[in-house]
Design a protein around this ligand. Structure first.
Ligand code: GTP
Length: 346
């Protein structure tokens, strides 16, 4: 069985973070995001993994090449134009045709794929889609399944009356197991979406198509700034477990500074006296000057938070400058090299 990670999207909802850093490699607890997905695949001994790229492919390849031993054979394949999720799967297919686990490149999960693979095999499915329950499915692609797990219906961004009729709250979790027969439904070289074209086609042809529900294990899509920040909080507060967090990076923390035990500092951070870093993740080389506060936030590498500045519930990208006494308000997301002048409120 092979792995395929769809990592070619533009990540527009995660802008400005994705202007210079494609979504698949945004740092999550100071590690390129894709490493978490590669680890989940490796746990079930899937070590032949293709990354399907389109947007800023060289950056993704560069970051992964620098990440050291990935414990897997990772191939990169770049589309000449974005081909959509289904088109990308077809484009990446190689001989010999094999069963493939496909991941959307923005899903953070610690789910045990062994169970999903067992479910797929037990049902003799041609396609299995992972679903996850959510409170409000109206923003997502709702998928209804029957008591045996057979997929019944797809509803993208359902209206209230449709939600009532279907009485389901499970959405597409962005993980699929597909047999090679699915490739034959997708014309070569054409743009196709799994959600809008391929899955409805599988249903129409009455091929064995099953839904595997991830309900007890952690699942989150990191595709928006709110969700990206929440993923960090989930790591820090222990909602998400099962991945190693590197807490051993060498930093220079003044004795009179406070860094709480939840926070994670990257290599070479400098935390000056009376500064406070609470429940936050700082990338390598971040400076927090005297009496500044960083709380419930993520700060990417080489940013500087000046004296008396306050940053709360915010995401600050690479090499930003937060001036003295500046206040970065909850919900703020700053792109690389943003500069907030002294005494400003952002
Ligand atoms: P938004 O622009 O914020 O919606 O993000 P996105 O571009 O990543 O789109 P979306 O979240 O719908 O994509 C789901 C997954 O499919 C992501 O992991 C994308 O990287 C990937 N993806 C979307 N379109 C393509 C494509 O044309 N080619 C490839 N290879 N991957 C794609």
């Amino acid at each position: 069985m092979k792995g395929l990670i769809l990592a070619g999207g533009k990540g527009t909802r995660l802008r400005p973070l994705t202007v210079f850093t494609p979504k698949p490699v945004v740092p999550v607890i100071n590690k390129p995001f894709l490493l978490y997905q590669i680890e989940v695949l490796r746990r079930v001994r899937i070590t032949d993994i293709t990354l399907s790229l389109s947007y800023q492919p060289d950056k993704i390849e560069g970051v992964l090449n620098e990440a050291g031993d990935l414990g897997a054979k990772v191939h990169f394949i770049t589309e000449p134009n974005p081909m959509g999720t289904g088109g990308a799967y077809r484009f990446a297919a190689a001989d010999p045709r094999e069963t493939t686990i496909v991941f959307n490149g923005d899903i953070l999960t610690n789910c045990d794929l062994k169970k999903m693979i067992g479910f797929h095999k037990a049902n003799k499915a041609e396609a299995t889609i992972a679903l996850t329950p959510v409170e409000d499915p109206s923003r997502y692609g709702l998928v209804a399944s029957g008591p045996s797990g057979a997929v019944l219906e797809f509803l993208e961004k359902p209206k209230p009356e449709e939600l009532q009729r279907v009485a389901a709250n499970t959405i597409n979790a962005g993980i699929y197991i597909l047999e090679p027969s699915i490739l034959d439904l997708i014309p070569e070289g054409e743009n196709r979406s799994f959600e809008y074209n391929v899955f409805p086609d599988i249903l129409a042809r009455k091929m064995p198509f099953f839904a595997y529900v991830i309900d007890k294990e952690y699942w989150r899509d990191i595709g928006t700034p709110e969700s990206y920040l929440s993923a960090h909080m989930d790591f820090l507060n222990g909602t998400l477990t099962g991945f190693d967090i590197d807490r051993d990076a060498r930093s220079d923390v003044a004795t009179a500074a406070t860094v709480d035990r939840l926070s994670v500092l990257g290599e070479g951070c400098v935390i000056k006296p009376s500064a406070r870093v609470l429940n936050s993740v700082l990338g390598p080389g971040v400076h927090v000057e005297e009496k500044a506060v960083v709380e419930d936030s993520v700060v990417w590498s080489h940013s500087r938070i000046s004296n008396f500045a306050e940053v709360r519930d915010a995401v600050i990208a690479r090499s930003c400058y937060i001036g003295r006494n500046a206040v970065v308000r909850p919900g703020t997301v700053l792109g690389d090299k943003a500069s907030i002048p002294d005494y400003s409120k952002a």
